[in-house]
Design a protein around this ligand. Structure first.
Ligand code: HPA
Length: 283
């Protein structure tokens, strides 16, 4: 099916959201598997189902509510994706990037993403939090053709350096806040796969050998979209399971969601702490 031009789609999505609530968020947040409870902390909250928003993709993953939430968190106007559509659900890369484009068009200049990930670093334990400071992109997503069709304005600058994807100043603030809250925080490299299955122990071993600290199936389309739009990004993983590289041991989605529910409150306190600082020092 031929889609309308990107700008027209973004305008239509934004017009729909603004028709439901006149809103200019400063921060966009994406909540991953089992982490949707942060949206319950939002005050003056309004919600829109993805299925009602023009050009948004529904999410069918367990633990993802599929709602756009607007309101205030720690005094800042925020827009939240409570759940995301994943590439493994059959969507294209540009569709996974699309919600970030729209949140940027609404006014957000900072993106905070969260996900569940399998821990590869042998020092990691289930329930740990990890601040992403680098990534390995196995989503193989951005063909020149797809970019030219969907995001033509990006074609002349095909290779922005990935070194600046995760804003150093925001990471330092997040680490300082984690210290203040006495929340242990790992820092490491996130490897994104297409999924939809969890890995074999041989794949886990290979990813570890490649230099990744954690593996998951999301987030990179969002942070790369944010980078190309000039947004500052902060990205967190909840280590929901520890990869078993030697003993065959299956990871289950229920285990992943349960670990995120347990670790969620710590991550939410931290994100609220970051927002409080941003509210006080908006640069
Ligand atoms: N592999 C891939 N994605 C994941 C995992 C995993 O072990 N845990 C949570 N998301």
């Amino acid at each position: 099916m031929l889609l309308p031009p990107l700008k027209q789609r973004v305008d239509e999505t934004v017009a729909y959201v603004l028709s439901r609530r006149l809103w200019q968020p400063t921060v966009a947040i994406v909540l991953g598997s089992g982490l949707g409870a942060l949206a319950e902390r939002v005050t003056h909250r309004s919600k829109l189902a993805y299925s009602d928003i023009p050009h948004f993709c529904a999410t069918h993953a367990n633990g993802h509510a599929g709602e756009l939430v607007m309101g205030y968190l720690a005094g800042l106007p925020v827009v939240i994706l409570q759940g995301r559509a994943h590439r493994y659900e059959g969507i294209a890369d540009h569709q996974a990037r699309y919600p970030v484009r729209c949140m940027h068009a609404l006014g957000a200049s900072v993106l905070i993403t969260t996900n569940a990930a399998g821990g590869l670093n042998p020092r990691y334990r289930a329930g740990d939090l990890m601040l992403i400071d680098s990534h390995i992109d196995f989503l193989w997503a951005r063909s020149r053709w797809e970019l030219a069709q969907q995001e033509p304005e990006l074609v002349p600058q095909m290779a922005p350096s990935r070194a600046t994807v995760y804003a150093g100043c925001l990471r330092e603030r997040a680490l300082a806040i984690a210290c203040r809250l006495a929340t242990p925080m790992q820092q490491g490299c996130y490897l994104a796969t297409l999924g939809p299955t969890y890995e074999t122990r041989s794949e886990y071993r290979m990813f570890r050998w490649m230099g990744a600290d954690a593996v998951g199936m999301s987030t990179l389309p969002e942070v790369l979209a944010a980078q190309s739009l000039g947004m500052r990004s902060l990205a967190f993983s909840v280590i929901s399971n520890v990869a078993s590289t030697d003993v065959p041991q299956a990871t289950t989605h229920a285990e992943v969601v349960a670990a995120c529910h347990a670790a969620g409150p710590r991550l939410m306190d931290l994100i609220e702490g970051v927002l409080q600082e941003l509210a006080g020092q908006p640069d």
